[in-house]
Design a binder for this molecule. Structure first.
Ligand SMILES: Nc1ncnc2c1ncn2[C@@H]1O[C@H](COP(=O)(O)OP(=O)(O)OP(=O)(O)O)[C@@H](O)[C@H]1O
Ligand SMILES: [Mg+2]
Length: 255
């Protein structure tokens, strides 16, 4: 009886181990799938931007005489776009290696201004005017600058897409920062069609999309980045119309 009991236990143990490794594999596979989709989602913008800038350089080159100043500026932008794509790949690689997130101190307002420049060709093409109200004396925040810029970029692109879906009305995007007690608050206001009040949380679910060519990953990536930084990201109705996305970020420690 004792021997039988042992073999039974051994078998049960083996079965459990098999199951565990199957789960571990499943998790790995789904994690890889998520990483691959988030990489594809995040890298589309800098690639599209590099292409636009390279095209612009070609046009300036074909002018008689070629406009060397403009060519140099456009090529500089291509280099910036490609560097950015490289940085995004680095961050995703770090995520795979489970390296701890970067903790650099940086100026949030300056980082937001950089993103606005990055998104400029898209906002101009869609007739969107971008306004900012960035707080003076905003304390530095701490975290992964590139990832946080991805969050702001995703929110801007969503706002532009929302406003482009309606024909009438001004297309104004307003980005604000404020210093709160606990940290910085960033708010992205648009005047698009807004979000159904019952869907304000659902928009953050992975693969939730109302767009024919959307992946529905943008906001779920944003939320996991903000969560990892100890902040909060949420959506509400903008006044008088449109959507308002806000997130908080703890300030850098003084040490
Ligand atoms: N500013 C906004 N105004 C109105 N609806 C929005 C806004 N931002 C997001 N949404 C809604 O939330 C959904 C999910 O957004 P999310 O960024 O996660 O994915 P997506 O934009 O649909 O796809 P992708 O990001 O791959 O282009 C959108 O499809 C849209 O219905
Ligand atoms: Mg999106």
């Amino acid at each position: 009886v004792f021997v039988l009991d042992l073999t039974e236990r051994k078998r049960a143990e083996e079965a459990r181990r098999e199951l565990e490794s199957a789960f571990a594999h499943m998790n790995r596979v789904s994690m890889m799938g998520e990483l691959a989709s988030s990489l594809a989602h995040e890298i589309t913008q800098p690639i599209a931007s590099a292409r636009n800038n390279a095209r612009a350089a070609q046009n300036f080159l074909n002018m008689q005489p070629p406009d060397l100043g403009e060519i140099s500026e456009a090529v500089g932008c291509v280099v910036g776009d490609v560097d950015r794509a490289g940085e995004i790949i680095d961050r995703i690689r770090e995520q795979i290696k489970k390296a701890p997130p970067r903790k650099e101190r940086f100026d949030l307002n300056a980082s937001i201004n950089e993103v606005i420049v990055l998104a400029r060709s898209t906002t101009i093409r869609n007739g969107v005017s971008v306004q900012t109200r960035l707080a003076d004396g905003l304390l530095p925040v701490q975290g992964d600058r590139v990832q946080l810029q991805q969050v702001v970029l995703n929110l801007i692109l969503n706002a532009v897409e929302a406003m482009s879906s309606v024909e009438t009305g001004a297309r104004e995007l307003l980005i604000c920062t404020e210093q709160e007690n606990m940290g910085a608050l960033v708010a992205v206001h648009d005047c698009g069609p807004g979000i159904d009040p019952t869907q304000l949380e659902r928009v953050f679910e992975p693969f939730y999309t109302t767009k024919s060519s959307g992946t529905g990953l943008g906001l779920s990536i944003c939320r996991s980045i903000i969560d990892a930084h100890g902040g909060r990201l949420w959506a509400e109705a903008n006044k008088p119309r449109g959507a308002l996305f806000q997130f908080t970020l703890p300030n850098a420690k003084n040490s």
